[in-house]
Design a protein around this ligand. Sequence first.
Ligand code: FAD
Length: 344
Amino acid sequence: METVLFLTSVEPDGTLAKPALETLNAALSLAAGLDNAPLIVGLVGDAAQSAANTIATCGAATFLAVTGGDFTSSRYATDAAAAEALAKAAHATVIIAPATSRWSRVMAGVACRLGGRIDTHATAITVTSGVPLITRWYYRQRMVATQHRAQRPWVITLDPGCAEPWNGSAGIAQLESVTVNLPATAKRTTVVGLQSPAADAQTIRPDAKLLFVAGAGWTKKQADGQIHAEEAPKLILDFLKSSQASLGGTKSVVDLSGEGEAVLPFMTHLNQVGQTGATPRHAKGLATCCHGEEPHVVGWRFVNERRVINTDPNCSWTRGKADVVYVADAFAVMRKLNERVAKK
Ligand SMILES: Cc1cc2nc3c(=O)[nH]c(=O)nc-3n(C[C@H](O)[C@H](O)[C@H](O)COP(=O)(O)OP(=O)(O)OC[C@H]3O[C@@H](n4cnc5c(N)ncnc54)[C@H](O)[C@@H]3O)c2cc1C
């Protein structure tokens, strides 16, 4: 019989983040599908009791935790040691962790230490005829595969946004502590602080309902023969502020920023959507001044409703890649839209 370990870290404020709750739900349905295999929760962090209490009623057989100041921050040596100890204490055959930056960087090493195998970036975990299966996309979301593995333990990282977060009532979890004896070499890296942009400078918002994409057209000469270097950033930032949409960019527009020709100075490579960029998962997307070339549009694979504003009726979006194409000047449309939103 399989034993499923749900592995995650506790946030510094003692909570579990959304990707962790999504992964918990996926792990619970996997365990249920495997003839109600035992599900064990493994938590890593400064302290874990309050986080465990928030999921106390999830149906887990056991709650394990590696805790202490050494495990508060993301650090390869300590996270890997904690994950290895939890997997061994749980006798886990399938280990599921969220594909956050923290766990993505350690889980391959953990699988190696356990003599197991890993599959990363799973987008679904199911069971067919008693066999656990994962769904994973390849070649920049152009092909989808369903896979299983005979090797145990099998480590799986689940991409954020692919499952509903677990939502149940809190309780009191019986937390069992797992001790990890860290050598001094595991603590050579120290976290001295965190730097993050001011809240209003943060334009990448994975939880936003709308993805607003700006293309290179915003930086080009318009019908009047002029580049509108002042108006373009203002229209975009005003819209982002009022709609709280997430900002994406095309490769062309983010490359321009990198080359110092920034008409949109807030656009970085982190905003890039596409083959060599990100594959966001927003419910709706609006592409503006963007041609819709295949290496860009492949990044829209998981955006459900796609709308486009382009002056060119023959832009690449019109070839079946968008749900709605407005053949219009994005400057004029966004000016009007911002006016309307401001009135509301
Ligand atoms: C190996 C490889 C990987 C790549 N990876 C990526 C990737 O990850 N992401 C990515 O984005 N690209 C990627 N590309 C580049 C991609 O092929 C395109 O070159 C790029 O997406 C074009 O960007 P764009 O649509 O912003 O610019 P353009 O092609 O210059 O299009 C600008 C558009 O703006 C429109 N426009 C201009 N003014 C207005 C206006 N006032 N109102 C409305 N519309 C207007 C024009 O009609 C035009 O269609 C990759 C290419 C290669 C070869």
